[in-house]
Write a protein that binds this ligand. Structure first.
Ligand code: ADP
Length: 584
C-alpha cells in the first residue's frame, strides 16, 4: 500500500512563510506587546544594580529606596497588564491560524482523487486527520505563541545586557556553542525519528481500523492471529521509534542545563573580576549576572519548544503533503460532441506486470442498455470503473464522444457518466438532504419522483417524518437494501447521460431487484445504462450483453443471439435458469 506523500522541508517552509505573511499585521502587534512586557521584566534587575551601586557609595537614602520600590511595583503591574494583552492576542491569532489550516486541509482532502485514497488506504488519511491535526493544533495554538514569546524575551534581555555592559556580557557566550551544537545535533537526528514515529502511528491506526471494519472477514478466515501479529509488529515499531526520540531528549535536555549553569558561573566570575579591577561598577556586574540568570528561562523555553515545533513541522509536512497530490485532471475542458462511449484496446493493471484487462474494445451507443456478465474476477468491475472515469487505463483509451475520459474535468465528467456500486453511504442528515447532495436545487417534487423511480417512495413516506426524517449513524436506521435505493435515487436526480451500475441492486431480493430495474428503466428512458450483473435477468432485459472472461470481451450480442451462439453466455444462462425459477 503506497502511503500518501509527505511534503519536503522546502515546501513546508514556503507554506509556513506564506502563513506568516498573511497574518503579518496581527503578528507584529502581538510581538510588540510582548517586547514591551519583556522590557518591564528587565526593570527589577536594573533597580537592584542601581541600589547596589548607591549602597556601596553610601548614598542610599530612604527617599531613593521609596522611589525604587514604587518603580518596582509599577513595572510589575505594567508587566502583568502587557503580558495579559499580548497573550490574549497570541491565542486569538493561534486559533485563527489553526482554523485556517484545518479548512485548507479539509479542502485538499476532499480534492484527493479517489484512486489515491484507495491506494493509500484510509488509515493514513485517518491518522493525518486525527493525530497530525492534533499535533499541529498544539503547535499552532500553544507551542508557536510560547516560542515566539520566549524569543522576544531572550532578545530583549540580551540587548539590555549588552547595553548595561558589553564587556561583562561577553562571558555568557561560553554557553552558546554548547547550546548551538547540541541543539543542531538533536534536530538533525530527532527529526527523522519523529517522522518515523508519526508513520508508525499511521500504520497502527490503519491495521486496527482495517481489522475492526473487516471483523467478520477476519473471523471467517481465522485471520485473527495474523492481524494480531501485524498489530503487534506495528506496536513494536512505535515502541522503538518512541524509544529513539526519548533517548534523544534524554541526552539533549541535561546538556542544555549544563550550558545554563556554565553561563551563570562564568558571567559571575568574569564580571566580579572586572568589578574588583574597577572596570565596571558592582551594580553593573550584579545587573548583568541577574540578566544571565533571567535569560536562561526564555532560552530554555526556546529550545524545549523546538521539540514540539519539530513534531508540528512533521505533522505539517504530512498535512501539506495531502495538498501536494494534484489531480492530473484539468479544471477546464470541453463538452464531448456526442454520448457514444468507446473503449479501445484497453489494458489495466492494479499491480505492475499483472494486467487484469488484456485489450478490451467496446462501443456503447447512446441510449443503449448493456449488461456485462462473466465469471467473478474476470474484470467486470474494473471495466465499470474505467467507463466511469474513476481510473485511467494503462494503455488504450476510454472516450465519450471525442473526448478522453481521463482528461475530462470532473464537473463535466459527472454530468456524463456516474457509477453506482454496492458501496453506498448514508450521510448524517435528513432523507431530503441525503438526496439533494446530487442536486442541491432539487424541489421536494423532484425528490419524490426520484424516490418513486427506485420504488422507495412508499417506505420513505411511511418514515416518522417522511422526507425530513434524520438518517445516518445517529438517525433512523435503514436497511442496506433501502440505502441502495437511496443511492440510486441520488443517481436519478443527478441525471447523467450514462450510468454504470455495478451490482447496484445486489442487496435487494431478486423479485424486488427486477421490479426496481424496470421502474428505473422507465425513468432512464433515453439514457445509456451499463449494468454489471450477476443476475442474468438483467442481461435478459438488456439490449446487448457483453460477456467478459479473463479480462477480454469473449462474446457480445443480444440475449437471443448469444443463446443461439451456444457459447459461454448460453451455458451461463442455462445454469442460471436451472437455479432460479422464472421471475414473474
Ligand atoms: P469482476 O468484477 O469481474 O469480479 P474485478 O474487475 O473486480 O472482476 O477484478 C478483476 C481482477 O482484478 C481480479 O483478479 C481481482 O483480484 C483484481 N483486482 C480487483 N480490484 C483490485 C485491487 N483494488 N487491487 C488489486 N487487484 C484487484
Amino acid at each position: 500500500m503506497s502511503q500518501l506523500p509527505v511534503a519536503d522541508t522546502r515546501v513546508v517552509r514556503l507554506y509556513a512563510t506564506g502563513l506568516i505573511r498573511q497574518h503579518r499585521a496581527p503578528l507584529t502587534r502581538m510581538l510588540s506587546l510582548y517586547a514591551l512586557a519583556a522590557m518591564m521584566a528587565l526593570v527589577p534587575a536594573w533597580i537592584i544594580g542601581r541600589i547596589t551601586n548607591l549602597a556601596t557609595d553610601h548614598r542610599l537614602t530612604s527617599r531613593t529606596i521609596t522611589y525604587y520600590v514604587v518603580g518596582l511595583l509599577a513595572s510589575s503591574l505594567a508587566f502583568a497588564g502587557l503580558s495579559f494583552l499580548a497573550r490574549r492576542r497570541s491565542y486569538v491569532l493561534g486559533e485563527t491560524v489553526f482554523a485556517q489550516l484545518r479548512e485548507e486541509f479539509l479542502e485538499s482532502v476532499l480534492a484527493l482523487p479517489l484512486v489515491v485514497v484507495e491506494r493509500a488506504g484510509t488509515g493514513d488519511l485517518l491518522s493525518r486527520t486525527t493525530n497530525d491535526m492534533e499535533a499541529l493544533s498544539r503547535t499552532v495554538r500553544f507551542a508557536m505563541p510560547e516560542w515566539l514569546v520566549a524569543v522576544v524575551q531572550a532578545l530583549v534581555t540580551l540587548v539590555a545586557m549588552v547595553l548595561v555592559s558589553p564587556l561583562a556580557s561577553v562571558a555568557s557566550i561560553v554557553s552558546l556553542p554548547i547550546l548551538y551544537f547540541s541543539t543542531r545535533y538533536y534536530l538533525h537526528y530527532a527529526t527523522p525519528g519523529y517522522r518515523r514515529e508519526r508513520m508508525s502511528y499511521a500504520s497502527m491506526s490503519g491495521s486496527v481500523s482495517e481489522t475492526a471494519e473487516g471483523a467478520r472477514t477476519v473471523d471467517a478466515h481465522r485471520l485473527g492471529p495474523r492481524q494480531a501479529a501485524r498489530i503487534e509488529g506495528n506496536i513494536r515499531e512505535s515502541f522503538y521509534s518512541e524509544m529513539y526520540t526519548l533517548l534523544m531528549r534524554l541526552v539533549w535536555f541535561p546538556t542544555i542545563e549544563i550550558a545554563f549553569a556554565l553561563a551563570v558561573a562564568t558571567t559571575l566570575a568574569w564580571s566580579g573580576w572586572l568589578a574588583l579591577h574597577h572596570s565596571i561598577t558592582i551594580g553593573a556586574a550584579t545587573t548583568v549576572t541577574l540578566y544571565v540568570v533571567q535569560i536562561n528561562d526564555p532560552v530554555d523555553r526556546i529550545v524545549s519548544w523546538l521539540d514540539e515545533l519539530q513534531i508540528g513541522q512533521t505533522s505539517l509536512a504530512r498535512l501539506v503533503g495531502v495538498s501536494v497530490v494534484r489531480d492530473d485532471r484539468p479544471i477546464e475542458g470541453r463538452e464531448p460532441s456526442n454520448e457514444t462511449i468507446t473503449m479501445h484496446d484497453v489494458r489495466y493493471a492494479y499491480r505492475e506486470g499483472h494486467d487484469v484487462l488484456n485489450g478490451v474494445s467496446l462501443t456503447i451507443r447512446p441510449g443503449e442498455r448493456l449488461a456485462i456478465v462473466g465469471p467473478s474476477g474476470a474484470g467486470k468491475s474494473t471495466i465499470g470503473r474505467l467507463l466511469a472515469g474513476i481510473d485511467a487505463p494503462r494503455s488504450g483509451t476510454v472516450t465519450v464522444g471525442d473526448v478522453d475520459l481521463a482528461t475530462m474535468p470532473l464537473t463535466i465528467l459527472r454530468r456524463h457518466v456516474a457509477l453506482v456500486t454496492q458501496e453506498h453511504h448514508i450521510f448524517l442528515g435528513t432523507v431530503r438532504e441525503n438526496l439533494a447532495l446530487a442536486k442541491p436545487a432539487a424541489s421536494d417534487d423532484e425528490i419524490e419522483r426520484a424516490l418513486a423511480a427506485v420504488d422507495a417512495l412508499e417506505w420513505v413516506r411511511a418514515l416518522p417524518d417522511g422526507l425530513a426524517t434524520e438518517l445516518g449513524t445517529t438517525g433512523y436506521p435503514v436497511t442496506s437494501a433501502q440505502a441502495q435505493q437511496l443511492a440510486l435515487a441520488r443517481l436519478v436526480l443527478s441525471d447523467p447521460h450514462t450510468l454504470v451500475l455495478d451490482e447496484a441492486t445486489a442487496l435487494l431480493d431478486p423479485r424486488a431487484a427486477r421490479h426496481l430495474e424496470r421502474s428505473l428503466s422507465a425513468v432512464l428512458e433515453g439514457r445509456t445504462v451499463i449494468a454489471i450483473a450477476h443476475r442474468l435477468h438483467t442481461a435478459h432485459d438488456a439490449d446487448r450483453v457483453c460477456v467478459v472472461v479473463d479480462g477480454l470481451v469473449a462474446e457480445i450480442g443480444t440475449h437471443d443471439e448469444l443463446v443461439a451462439l451456444d457459447g459461454e453466455y448460453a451455458s451461463l444462462w442455462r445454469s442460471w435458469r436451472n437455479e432460479v425459477p422464472e421471475p414473474s
